[in-house]
Design a protein around this ligand. Structure first.
Ligand SMILES: *Cc1c(COP(=O)(O)O)cnc(C)c1O
Length: 356
């Protein structure tokens, strides 16, 4: 299968090879050294400042989202949440479950966040900002600089889910004043699902250490403490952490900028060529990570099914009301221009067959 899904994404052969090895016992000096190197590289690649820390939790991205909510927010907070799609809505739900007060900035499907939206919340006593930088469900990338200056003006903590944007778009915690960023293993890191990565600024580390999060498994105090010696409170996803190490070392050799440039090149090539077929782009503010595509004829869902069953290609269907209107094409992972060509050829063939 050729995989253009938005996660899990296509993995590199070297990563698959690490995954084929037996999983070692992990309470060892060797594993601790590897974990410390993972942490160093994650902090570096997130552009985090002096005194920042990184923690890997075992769980999907949502475990990381929930960890953010329980470790950095409490009853004294009022949180501005951007709800522009499925993932923004998940943050709203998490805050509701954990009884965190919220102001919900509701965007309609595909809407871009502007200065005008934020004006209403200026000086409104919000203490934190919670956002999915790239709302992967709609393919809208929010303006991180706009959010940063709003948070700075209003003295708010900035908590960012950059799951599908990290490595795909230029990002620096320090430059954007981000207190906590979170990503997960199955998006641009191009590993199996199972790890949620949080990178904490020095200020966020201090906050986590003071917080009683009311939860054992997601308690970052424990993870930070054990992490000092390269260990974890509970059995981690050892195999994926070994794959993460392989991936981070590769990124260190190649450079994060080169990885981002590659993903952008794949995305731009695809966008240039897809509009020559009967499709339009369904977002005007896109991440390099994915392109939401609207077919001019035929059902998007049906196109996804045919590509899967007859051409051995995965794209990503949309859920909800727009299932027939939009599918998404991911550009993360081990993809090349030739892979784009294969997908576009399949779509051109479907057009010839009268399916589009
Ligand atoms: C993929 C993704 C998640 C994580 O979802 P899980 O299924 O729990 O891994 C969260 N937020 C965004 C923006 C994502 O793209």
């Amino acid at each position: 299968m050729l995989n253009f899904a938005v996660g899990p994404v296509q993995m590199a052969p070297e990563i698959l090879q690490v995954g084929a090895q037996p999983v070692p016992y992990f309470r060892t000096g060797e594993f601790s050294a590897l974990m410390k190197e993972n942490e160093r590289l994650l902090v570096e690649f997130a552009g985090a400042g002096e005194g920042s820390r990184a923690v890997c939790l075992t769980g999907s991205g949502t475990a990381g989202m929930e960890a953010m909510v329980v470790n950095f927010l409490d009853a004294s907070d009022k949180v501005l949440v951007i709800d522009g799609g499925g993932f923004g809505h998940r943050f709203v739900e998490l805050c509701r479950i954990h009884r965190i007060r919220t102001e919900v900035l509701q965007l309609h499907y595909g809407e871009i966040l502007t200065e005008k939206h934020l004006e209403a919340y200026e000086g409104a006593g919000c203490t934190a900002f919670l956002v999915n930088l790239h709302e992967t469900s709609t393919g809208v990338l929010y303006d991180a600089r706009l959010i940063h200056s709003f948070c700075e003006r209003n003295g708010m903590m900035l908590l960012v889910d950059s799951i599908s944007s990290f490595l795909a778009d230029p990002f620096s915690m320090e430059e954007l004043g981000v207190d906590v960023m979170m990503t997960s293993s199955q998006k641009t890191l191009a590993l199996p699902p199972g790890l949620a990565v949080l990178v904490l600024s020095a200020r966020a580390v201090r906050k986590a250490e003071r917080t009683d999060c009311g939860c054992m498994y997601l308690d970052l105090k424990l993870a930070l403490k054990d992490g000092e010696r390269g260990q974890t409170p509970f059995t981690p996803a050892v195999g994926i952490l070994l794959q993460l190490h392989e991936r981070l070392k590769e990124l260190e050799r190649k450079g994060v900028e080169a990885e981002t440039a590659h993903i952008r090149m794949i995305a731009e090539d695809f966008r240039r060529r897809i509009v020559k077929l009967p499709f339009t782009l369904a977002s005007t503010s896109m991440s390099n990570a994915a392109t939401p595509v609207h077919p001019l004829h035929g059902s998007a869902k049906r196109i996804f099914e045919i590509l899967k069953d007859e051409y051995e290609i995965w794209v990503c269907p949309n859920g909800g009301d727009l299932a027939d209107e939009i599918f998404r094409v991911g550009h993360m992972g081990n993809l090349t221009i030739e892979d784009n060509t294969a997908l576009l050829k399949a779509l051109a063939d479907m057009e010839r067959r009268g399916l589009l």
